[in-house]
Ligand binder design. Structure first.
Ligand code: FBP
Length: 350
């Protein structure tokens, strides 16, 4: 092993992640997503100093007030991925329709769906933020994909992941062969899976692993949900949350409540420590809040690849047949045993 440590690019090339007949395009696209993460992290670190906090005054297709950082993150992803010449369509939470590339623009076979800044309610209060992405391959013959071509089942994703802007910036992804988490080394600007022999402080072992081949515990001790919506939930949902709060040593209850306001950050916690995140349907809004194609599907692929599960409460998220780009879906995601128990309550079996 050389002295440079395992960088994101080296990892992808060495593991030929994503495509046995690798052309290198996938690794470049993922590196571009990593670059978008570096640029956005750089802005976030200075946000309070360069007047990019607050709202733009506009409202997006979700009916939400657009934050300046939402716009900056969206434009950064578009610019960096469009410039790669590897994508033929881009769709995001901030754009009503997929971005059609100009006819003569260099393009490739990948379609990218993304939530450019996840946890928007955290932007102005220095709380964790993220970005979530889903990568599909366009199988069409020539021409540009239509809007319908990009609305695909989660099982068709070739790769998915998220960026997390917390105390450190991380890129966590899967391309169907397990889940790996890379930490951005702020000093050298590289995403590293491992940190070999590079000026290790005395006493630190030779080998520091970021998050290689993440395996999610089958069961956890934390739950993440906005309990402010408790009275809007169907009875099964309320009984499940009540169940988690009852005291019973044998089943590790009560669980601790941990809700950060950022889906990517909450799922990251569950990947490493187990537990469950819920954004369930409500009696008058059974589809819930979160978006299927660029929030639920990508995180479902990551979590399943780490041994966890993702459900609507009654079916596997990745099997949901999508009908619209910004379609919403109830989401239960986390440790396999926790999600299965939640489903039993949602189905009225408990
Ligand atoms: P954004 O992508 O617009 O941020 O919406 C998603 C999200 O912010 C999740 O990150 C978070 O878990 C959830 O919505 C918070 O919603 P609520 O404020 O209703 O609890």
């Amino acid at each position: 092993m050389g002295r440079t440590g395992i960088t994101l690019t080296r990892f992808i090339i060495e593991t030929r992640a994503g495509d046995p007949a690798a052309t290198g395009e996938f690794s470049v696209l993922l590196a571009q997503i990593g670059l978008a993460g570096k640029l956005i992290a750089h802005d976030l670190r200075r946000a309070g100093l360069i007047n990019i906090l607050g709202a733009t005054g506009a409202t997006n297709v979700q009916g939400e007030a657009v934050k300046k950082l939402d716009e900056i993150a969206n434009e950064t992803f578009i610019k960096v991925c469009q410039d790669s010449g590897l994508v033929c369509a881009l769709a995001s939470e901030e754009m009503e329709k997929p971005l059609q590339l100009p006819e003569n623009w260099p393009r490739g076979k990948y379609m990218l769906l993304f939530d450019p800044l996840d946890g928007s309610s955290n932007t102005d209060i220095n709380m964790p933020l993220g970005a979530i992405f889903s990568i599909l391959r366009y199988e069409g013959k020539g021409g540009l994909p239509s809007a319908a071509d990009i609305v695909r089942k989660g099982t068709e994703q070739v790769a998915a992941g998220y960026l997390m802007y917390g105390s450190s910036t991380m890129l966590v992804f899967t391309s169907g062969q397990g889940v790996n988490g890379f930490t951005l080394h702020p000093g050298i600007g590289e995403y590293l899976l491992s940190h070999e022999n590079i000026r290790m402080p005395p006493g630190i072992g030779e080998y520091l692993l970021s998050h290689e081949n993440i395996r999610m515990p089958a069961r956890g001790k934390v739950y993440a949900v906005n309990e402010g919506n408790y009275h809007k939930w169907p009875a099964g949902t309320r009984r499940y949350i009540d169940h988690l709060k009852e005291s019973d040593k044998a089943t590790g209850r009560p669980y601790s409540s941990r809700y950060s306001g950022c889906l990517a950050a909450d799922v990251h916690r569950l990947l490493l420590g187990g537990g469950i995140y819920l954004y369930p349907g409500e009696t008058d809004k059974p589809e819930g809040k979160l978006r299927l194609l660029y929030e639920a599907n990508p995180l479902a692929l990551v979590v399943e690849q780490a041994g966890g599960r993702a459900s609507t409460g009654t079916m596997r998220i990745l099997d949901v047949e999508p009908k619209a780009l910004h379609q919403r879906v109830p989401l239960l995601i986390g440790s396999a045993e926790d999600v299965s128990l939640a489903e039993a309550f949602f189905r009225g079996e408990r």
